[in-house]
Design a protein around this ligand. Structure first.
Ligand SMILES: Nc1ncnc2c1ncn2[C@@H]1O[C@H](COP(=O)(O)OP(=O)(O)O)[C@@H](O)[C@H]1O
Ligand SMILES: [Mg+2]
Length: 448
């Protein structure tokens, strides 16, 4: 249970802080953009519940940081009716139950994340990164449900993209979820107020979908510092870049190695195949893996990179045309992959992949373009040969490309290689207008 823990008389605290800065009410009004009348009302105690945005503006104008800022916000909140609502809300925090379909694969990732969250000392900021549609949200949901089943820590699920908004003109008291979303990506720094509410209570905060919004890293770091029992698990296209962050780059689902289509039972267990078959079942009810279609299914999973969102799109296309037609189209012209993935609902899968590439710092983007020259999978030494970069330079850049989910590790006959996702090759080639070979000429795309 989360409770605010401090006493405070906001009218006195505000006055003391103003005098400490040597400001008149008029000067504080000018600095904070709050009316002088509102400041007078707060100092006289006529306003019992200052809005959080107001408190944040005052704290900024008074140059309060760290503990002083927390104490200031706490004094305001203790008198605020918002507090009751937020505390009540926080007491019924639960795991979201938005999933009714089973998770395919991801055993290792689940174990790794739950292990890090349970370890002592705990990992307090963990970011699952990767391209859009790879399954970051789905994995985080599973983690939240597992944590919920195994511990009594309150959980808070913050869907950033959905809760974002300018809350200052909104007269309704914000929920804890909105306050947390505002802290991470919004305009006002609410870390002091949230720290006042959460205090030393344990809480795991899932922040989902930090994609195109800049993160208020200092505010998040302050919250983690002031609330020693808070842990944050975020999903984002790129790492947040916050000190102490642990990044888990999420690769797409495993796809069949060439030759694995021989054994139908084991082929059906490979996560990308298993997800594709599950998604095909409602749209092509009679479809079964058999020796005649095994290499098509395996090839399709490889063309689609084992990317869950792309597999889902391919399956939904099968409402309109049989799987072999789609496969032929994808093999015939790589641009058909582009056409297929452009149908992803908002935010569009392809557009998101483009953003992952276009927002890369220039040297890494240049490297990615040079890597387009290598077909199939390759080793770091191959890449040194093609790019002319030194191994340390190359390794640094490859690390960035991996954390954004643009590259994946491939196992072939017991050896490890690297390859660029087909969808990324498409996007890069599109940006630079480089023609890609037909899929059956490029070993990378569909080894059939
Ligand atoms: N391991 C998985 N098992 C089953 N479905 C998955 C899996 N990973 C992703 N999905 C499904 O694929 C789609 C895209 O996944 P999502 O988690 O939204 O991707 P991201 O958050 O990386 O953009 C969703 O419909 C999701 O339910
Ligand atoms: Mg997501």
């Amino acid at each position: 249970m989360v409770r605010a823990r401090a006493e405070g008389n906001f009218s006195q605290v505000l006055r003391q802080q103003r005098l400490r800065c040597g400001l008149t009410q008029l000067q504080l009004a000018a600095l904070s953009t709050i009316s002088v009348r509102a400041i007078r009302d707060m100092e006289s105690g006529r306003v019992a519940s200052p809005r959080r945005a107001t408190v944040a503006l005052l704290a900024g104008a008074l140059r309060l940081t760290g503990q002083a800022r927390t104490a200031f916000s706490r004094a305001a909140l203790i008198e605020s009716s918002h507090l009751d609502k937020m505390v009540t809300e926080s007491m019924r925090i639960d795991a979201p139950v938005w999933t009714t379909d089973g998770l395919v694969g991801r055993d290792h990732e689940l174990d790794a994340i739950t292990g890090l969250l349970a370890a002592e000392p705990r990992q307090r900021l963990l970011t699952i990164t990767g391209i859009s549609g790879v399954g970051k949200t789905r994995l985080a949901l599973e983690v939240s449900q597992r944590v919920h089943a195994e511990s009594d820590s309150p959980l808070l699920w913050v869907p950033v993209a959905e809760t974002r908004g300018d809350w200052i003109p909104d007269p309704a008291p914000p929920t804890l979820i909105e306050a947390m979303a505002e802290l991470i990506t919004g305009q006002a720094d609410t870390s002091g107020e949230l720290a006042a509410i959460i205090g030393t209570a344990p809480m795991i905060v899932f922040v989902d979908g930090i994609d195109d919004v800049p993160v208020r890293a200092p505010a998040l770091l302050r919250l983690l510092t002031d609330c020693p029992q808070v842990t944050v698990v975020a999903t984002a296209r790129v790492p947040l870049g916050i000190r102490g962050e642990c990044v888990l780059p999420l690769a797409p689902l495993a796809v069949p190695e060439p030759g694995q289509e021989q054994d139908l039972d084991s082929l059906g267990q490979i996560p990308a195949v298993s997800l594709l078959l599950r998604q095909l079942a409602p749209v092509q009810p009679g479809f079964r893996l058999n020796p005649a279609n095994a290499s098509m299914v395996a090839g399709l999973c490889r063309i689609l990179d084992g990317l869950p969102a792309a597999l889902g799109l391919a399956a939904s296309r099968c409402l309109m045309e049989p799987l072999p037609h789609l496969y032929e189209q994808l093999i015939d012209d790589p641009r058909n992959l582009h056409a297929l993935i452009c149908h992803h609902p908002e935010p569009m899968l392809y557009a998101s992949v483009l953003r992952s590439i276009e927002t890369l710092p220039k040297p890494h983007r240049t490297l990615l373009n040079r890597l387009l020259q290598i077909d199939d999978c390759w080793t770091v030494d191959d890449a040194v040969g093609v790019t002319g970069l030194s191994q340390p330079e190359l390794t640094r850049s490859l690390h960035v490309l991996f954390t954004r989910g643009l590259l994946r590790r491939v196992e072939r006959h017991g050896s490890y290689f690297i390859s660029m996702l087909n969808i990324v090759r498409q996007a890069c080639a599109g940006i630079h207008d480089v023609p890609l070979p037909r899929a059956d000429q490029a070993r990378l795309l569909a080894i059939t």
